[in-house]
Design a protein around this ligand. Sequence first.
Ligand code: NAD
Length: 255
Amino acid sequence: MLLKGKKIAIFNIANKRSLAWAIAKSMDAEGAELILGYQSERTKGNVESLLDELSKEPLALISCDVTSDANLVDVTKRIQLIGNIDGLVHSLAFAPRECLEQPFVETDRDDFWTALNISAYSLIALTRAVRPLLNSEASIMALSYYGAEKVIPNYNVMGVAKSALEASVRYLAYDLGPDKIRVNAISAGPVNTLAARGVSGFVSMLDLHSERAPLRRNIEAEEVGDTAVFFASRLSSGITGEILYVDTGYNIMGM
Ligand code: NAD
């Protein structure tokens, strides 16, 4: 029960394959009380249909579209009704589909902005939205991918967005450190989710990853969930601004 008595907000769950859902299940199993986010009415029903799998009702289900400042004000108000929280999980990203298919050089200005806005700036915006409600020693975490630092064909503008996200993790860790708030990222190996399937050639990425990774397999979403428990718990109390790989070791390989 590493998270007993901790209240944690997780944004956003799309369906049962979402890494955010795997994180919710791991945190629930460790005793956390959860606030769960969904993007739109379209995904709200999916989230509601999963709740039976948790040991207890979430404290709230909150609609969160990070492109809307008004929506983020609502997020703050909804959490305020519950009280202070001990953790924030940012598990959301988006890039227009054509950006993940065509050559990177073709990325247009609006699409670049959309990807960076939703996938990177949103961590800053969400952190600011919940900051007044964070207990001392709260933990914030985001989900990243190796395409932030190395070229992964077709990952394209999402790689640029993940680089910005990882840099934002470090700058936020510096800003919030004096308040004893930690900010980290989990760099997950490929998992078959809705967002991942938007990347052209994703299935061959899974095959390549399992062939080349030292553990000779892909990760399970639960392994991301368990690492999120570690980041939310006192076990990681000395760690901030860190990018931790949960990728069966793929990132250590030179060839
Ligand atoms: P997913 O499709 O289940 O989750 C993506 C989430 O982003 C959805 O809940 C969606 O509603 C949300 N989202 C998109 N636009 C939004 C907006 N404007 N406002 C609010 N929410 C919005 O896919 P996932 O793979 O679980 O993705 C979760 C995180 O994990 C993302 O940051 C993704 O980049 C990261 N990640 C995924 C993998 C992988 O292989 N699946 C690997 C490394 C990192």
